[in-house]
Design a protein around this ligand. Structure first.
Ligand code: GRF
Length: 197
């Protein structure tokens, strides 16, 4: 099935760009119809626009009420069939959550559920991984529900923790793996090898 994607992001949006490149090179049978940021200052806004993606900003300041109703309406109008969170720093709320139930994915930069949950984001995640002494970390892709980092896991790739790793060095290696894992997983979904709908 051809994927009609919307990406939600809050920061630099490097996963969004990796997915855009994979669509452009036809590694994914699909296209990004729009990108949505909840932060006006997100660096990814400019890079998405440079790639020709329509970008909409739905910040709390601009839309204090019914923000997820507006987002959902826009995505339904555009005919979006899958929503991708790529560094999106808020819980997704209804009606977006219910309108796209089972079709919203997130990538988390560590194994779940052990290194997920409220407050587990950015360097905090990698700090916790290093403190725990585990030998492997790596990104996890999961279906989004009403809680932080829960929902069915659909993909994970191991990244070895090496001696002398800092949260930053580990984050950098994991991000490079994410840029491959997210497009690869979306390609599997479009080929029907992973069933979401
Ligand atoms: C990634 O590390 C991802 O695992 C997490 O947020 C980061 C997003 O990076 N959810 P980017 O904005 O895609 O560069």
């Amino acid at each position: 099935m051809r994927l009609r994607i919307s990406v939600l992001f809050s920061g630099r949006g490097s996963n969004m760009l990796a997915i855009k490149n994979a669509c452009d090179s036809c590694s994914i049978d699909g296209m990004i119809l729009c990108a949505i940021s909840n932060r006006i200052e997100a660096k990814g806004i400019i890079s998405a626009q440079e790639k020709g993606l329509p970008v909409f900003v739905f910040s709390k300041e601009k839309f204090p009420r019914r923000r997820y109703t507006r987002i959902s309406r826009l995505l339904l109008d555009l005919g979006v069939n899958i929503v991708i969170l790529a560094g999106y720093d808020e819980l997704v709320k209804k009606p977006l959550l219910s309108d796209f139930k089972g079709r919203i994915l997130n990538i988390h930069p560590a194994p779940l559920p052990r290194f997920g949950g409220k407050g587990m984001y950015r360097m905090e995640v990698h700090k916790k991984v290093l403190e725990s002494g585990v030998k492997f970390s790596g990104p996890t892709i999961h279906v989004v529900d009403e809680n932080y980092d829960s929902g069915k896991i659909i993909a994970h790739e191991k990244v070895t923790v090496v001696d002398g790793d800092t949260p930053e060095s580990l984050a950098e290696r994991i991000l490079a793996v994410e840029h491959n894992l997210y497009p690869k997983t979306l390609a599997k979904i479009s080929r029907g090898e992973i069933q979401l709908f």
